[in-house]
Write a protein that binds this ligand. Structure first.
Ligand code: NAD
Length: 311
């Protein structure tokens, strides 16, 4: 398959590398100058667990796309607040048959994509794969992951299964689901608790989980997500979601880790995706008449922290 990775940062590099190794014709699209230069000069470096591999994969900026470069599939991997611009910038690489797959963290990305792309070509989902950037041209990741995805447009189940099969052939462990919004909300609950709370408190997930207040705070936030989801006919079981989140506290697995929002804001001084996680729940809560005080407050607190850290 001809595949473009639109946003070849931490996770886009990992996906691009694995799809390339599986024999797909991959092109990376990014606008980070040092990253592009490093990949053009030395190839894409990918550290997986303890081993580092190099792959020669073409990388271009959106402005360098030419009309003969259209692809079968675009996988977007920008940060949520960069998605709208990226979709506009990469239009030339898409024709009427090009599919677009969005696995970004957060809620409501399909509304942004649908402003520019026909619903029949839009596929959404989420992923448990992780990665982080070592520096320009070099991404690293450990452990395994999975992908859930579904078609947005009616009658596109076969196409969605074809995309899932292509990803799985590359070892990315993808599966078609007929209930993708429930899995997106579940993942958003993890991000909507661990990300903001560990960032504000400046702790790893296990340290937060060991506090007396953790269970009640997490449960209250998940209830807000569930109340909003119910207005979209999405069933989110609060007890199951809380139990799922509380697995993050295990120091034998991922408990010692700081969530990605902490890495973005505290370590790398970058804007966060809070407006697309807790902020999305606040906006939807207002629309549906559902009170979401914890999500509202956490969103505000993260914005305050952004103002302090990024000034
Ligand atoms: P990242 O910041 O490392 O990568 C984003 C890349 O997109 C950057 O290299 C940036 O230069 C590029 N970009 C953004 N806008 C662009 C534009 N208009 N034109 C060209 N290039 C552009 O981010 P990431 O950590 O890979 O995360 C991507 C998404 O995946 C986020 O929504 C994140 O929440 C989600 N996610 C990440 C992980 C992880 O472990 N990194 C895990 C699960 C989900």
């Amino acid at each position: 398959m001809k595949i473009a990775i639109a946003g070849a940062g931490a996770l886009g590099s990992r996906f691009g590398y694995m799809l390339h190794q599986a024999g797909n014709e991959v092109i990376l699209i990014d606008n980070w100058v040092d990253h592009i230069q490093a990949i053009r000069e030395h190839g894409l470096k990918m550290t997986i667990d303890a081993e580092t591999f190099t792959a020669e994969i073409p990388i271009i900026t959106p402005q360098e796309i030419t009309s003969d470069q259209t692809v079968d599939l675009v996988i977007v991997f920008t940060k949520a607040m960069q998605l709208d611009q990226m979709i506009q910038d990469i239009k030339p690489i898409m024709n009427d048959d090009t599919d677009i797959l969005c696995l970004l963290n957060g809620i409501g990305h399909e509304d942004i994509i649908a402003k520019y792309i026909d619903a029949k070509n839009i596929f959404i989902g989420n992923t448990m794969w992780t990665a982080s950037l070592v520096g320009p041209g070099h991404s690293k990741s450990f452990g395994s992951g999975s992908i859930n995805l579904q078609n947005l447009g009616e009658g596109q189940e076969i196409e969605a299964k074809k995309i899932a099969a292509c990803l799985s052939e590359a070892g990315l462990n993808a599966r078609f689901t007929d209930n993708v919004h429930a899995t997106i909300y579940l993942k958003a609950c993890v991000n909507g608790t661990m990300n903001g709370l560990c960032t504000i408190l400046d702790v790893d997930m296990a340290t937060f989980g060991e506090t007396n207040q953790a269970h009640e705070i997490v449960t209250t936030i998940v209830k807000e997500f569930a109340a909003v989801a119910a207005h979209e006919n999405i069933e989110l079981n609060v007890d199951d979601a809380v139990a799922f989140i509380e697995k993050c506290y295990d120091r034998q697995t991922i408990g010692d880790h700081y969530p990605s929002m902490h890495q973005d804001l505290i370590r790398n001084h970058r804007m966060t995706e809070i407006d697309y996680i807790n902020g999305a729940i606040s906006r939807k809560g207002q629309k549906y008449g559902v009170a979401t005080p914890y999500c509202d407050f956490l969103t505000q607190l993260i914005h305050v922290k952004e103002n302090i850290v990024l000034k």
